[in-house]
Write a protein that binds this ligand. Structure first.
Ligand code: FAD
Length: 414
């Protein structure tokens, strides 16, 4: 077996792996990314949040993303029982960019990893990481086994290993780090359409989230993409979605056709990419880091797609970890607990409280409230725009208190 060496080995070339690689390579480290697929490859997760723009810029990749001509996005719209409400991201309470893009992930992810490669990252595709050995705590490296498509394995020695393998969840599986998610098991069916939308009320610059009329636990997305395409999907409790049809196509079709305003918008849509489905996507882990390794993005925790927070959390984890790995490799003392786990979870908890409030029905009442104060709207808008780590925001500072107050206010409003 051949041996390879590097400073940082990264498992997976999705957004978290690419952002971490790009930052670390620019700090002078020898970085290798191992990706089991070949890019471009499809991925779900197409609606970004404005806070991402800061992470992409920090990685030195913004110019390349902006040059692609992705669909502009300035907010989120919600519809329920014939009511419509939109949230305009630039009206948020936190500082930072107020607009972003909705992206075809096969293009977006390739731009990011090609950008990281152009800065000096070694990226190999068709390489699957199959084993991780932390060696001893006193050793200066960990060891990965990487298998290529010809079935040949090689050992890779790295001073630090980043697991950015998304739902591959390589280190959680290999190191027995898996933990149950606190979220209900849900199912999602989705596809791309050429949307042919001409409806005057449709706002292409916003994701549309539609609460299903029969069951508020079910919601649909309509994410406009560039070139007349849209991504559409449904999310709901596993069994409820399953019962709606025998195939993913039939299930999605049933919910889209009965989605009120969204069905109206999509009446001339033509399928552009077949329906796919994913079941039980929420996941968690016991530890986010350990001896010579850290878990980023979906390899750590995934909550729920309702607020499009996945890529933002993935990139936030990448920027935090890259700075700490750089400091650790330079011989500095690093506090992974405080500066990675506690800091990352601050934002994850803010999103979690919103996801829970959404499925409790409280957030839906808040969105469609008649007399929502301007302050509440600005703080909620900041979270929807991805600024979930801004400690000045009461939703970040004390989510439980904020939603207790909202519960009382929405009941008064009703
Ligand atoms: P990924 O993007 O999944 O990348 C991981 C990479 O690792 C993959 O390329 C994979 O091939 C590779 N890999 C896996 N195993 C191995 C191995 N053994 N060796 C080598 N390589 C490996 N997020 C949003 O921000 N907006 C949305 O609108 C949104 N919608 C969603 C809808 C649904 C239904 C779901 C389930 C999720 C959605 N998400 C959304 C979440 C989003 O898809 C993820 O959070 C995001 O892709 C995570 O990025 P990542 O870098 O952690 O992992």
């Amino acid at each position: 077996m051949q041996n390879e060496v590097c400073d940082v080995a990264i498992i997976g070339a999705g957004p978290s792996g690419a952002v971490a690689a790009s930052i670390l390579v620019q700090k002078g480290w020898n970085v290798k990314v191992f990706e089991r697929q070949h890019f471009p490859r499809f991925s779900i997760g197409e609606s970004l949040l404005p806070h991402c723009v800061e992470f992409i810029e920090q990685a030195g990749l913004l110019e390349a993303v902006e040059a692609e001509g992705f669909q502009f996005k300035d907010g989120a719209a919600f519809t329920m029982d014939g009511k419509y409400e939109d949230i305009y991201f630039p009206d948020k309470s936190s500082p930072g960019p107020g607009t972003v893009y909705q992206v075809q992930r096969e293009k977006f992810d390739k731009i990011l990893i090609d950008g990281a490669a152009s800065k000096g990252t070694h990226v190999s595709f068709g390489d699957t990481v199959t084993s991780f050995e932390p060696t001893s705590e006193t050793a200066d490296h960990a060891e990965l086994i990487v298998k290529n498509e010809a079935g040949e394995s090689r050992a890779v020695r790295a001073k630090f290993v980043i697991d950015a393998s998304g739902f591959g969840r390589v280190l959680p599986r290999l190191l027995d780090l898996e933990a149950p998610s606190d979220q209900t098991k849900r199912r999602s069916c989705f596809k791309h359409v050429t949307d042919n939308i001409t409806h005057p009320d449709f706002d292409r610059n916003k994701i549309l989230i539609s609460v299903h009329q029969e069951d508020p636990q079910i919601w649909l997305w309509l994410i406009p993409l560039a070139n007349g395409l849209s991504s559409i999907g449904v999310v709901g409790v596993n069994e409820t979605i399953e019962k709606a049809g025998d195939t993913p196509e039939a299930r999605l079709d049933y919910f889209v056709k009965s989605s009120g305003m969204m069905a109206d918008f999509l009446k001339n849509a033509v399928e552009a990419r077949p329906t796919n489905e994913i079941v039980g996507f929420s996941a968690n882990v016991k530890n986010l880091y350990g001896d010579k390794y850290v878990l980023l993005g979906n390899a750590a925790e995934f909550l729920d797609p309702v607020f499009s927070s996945g890529v933002t959390i993935a990139m936030k984890s990448a920027t935090l970890a890259a700075d700490l790995i750089d400091a650790q490799l330079r011989g500095e003392e690093v506090d992974w607990q405080e500066d990675f786990e506690v800091e990352l979870k601050r934002g994850v908890e803010a999103f979690r409280s919103c996801v829970n409030a959404w499925y409790d029905g409280l957030l839906q009442r808040m969105i469609f409230m008649e007399n929502r104060s301007e302050d509440i709207t600005r703080h909620f808008t900041a979270i929807l725009a991805g600024y979930a780590w801004d400690r000045k925001n009461p939703i970040v500072k004390d989510p439980k208190r904020f939603f207790r107050l909202m519960d009382a206010l929405t009941k008064e409003d009703a």
